[in-house]
Design a protein around this ligand. Structure first.
Ligand SMILES: [Zn+2]
Length: 154
């Protein structure tokens, strides 16, 4: 197994309530030239958990951080107005929490972060501020949410 120091959380940047499955997201990624889906796990609208790329394999989800990370993506992230939004429903939140609770002891040294938290720290103050986010993904504060559901994000 690769050394894992980061668990990155994403949204699929698809419209709220619109269902996409593993095959659909895999097809989108292949169309972008990836060899397979870029994420290791995908969480559907009904809280389904799909296994994407095998964990042993490097994914394609956070530029510059793929070698040592695991990528998890929930379906959604765009509100009806076309803007970034935390669209996770209760089933998706429950499954994401369950998955992270399983991964936490398997990869005790890994930080759990949102994609946007891995944006470059432009002013070098050690904090990735909203204006420094390259993307909104996953449209919620992963560190804060993890703490609120009893998972240590590190
Ligand atoms: Zn992302």
């Amino acid at each position: 197994m690769r050394k894992i120091t980061l668990i990155g959380v994403h949204c699929s940047a698809t419209m709220e309530g619109k269902p996409f499955d593993l095959a659909a997201i895999t097809a989108m990624h292949k169309a972008r030239g990836f060899s397979d889906i870029g994420y290791h796990f995908l969480i559907g609208l009904k809280g389904e958990r799909w296994i994407g790329r095998p964990l042993e394999k490097v994914g394609a989800h956070i530029q510059g951080h793929n070698a040592y990370s695991i990528g998890i993506c929930y379906i959604g992230g765009i509100g009806a107005d076309g803007k970034a939004k935390d669209t996770r429903n209760p089933e998706q939140k429950a499954e994401l929490r369950k998955l992270l609770a399983e991964l936490r002891p398997q990869f005790p040294g890994a930080k759990i972060r949102g994609h946007r938290d891995m944006s470059p720290d432009l002013n070098g103050d050690g904090i990735i501020q909203p204006r420094e986010w390259l993307k909104m993904c996953p449209c919620f504060d992963v560190v804060e949410w993890c703490r609120s559901v009893g998972i240590d994000p590190k």
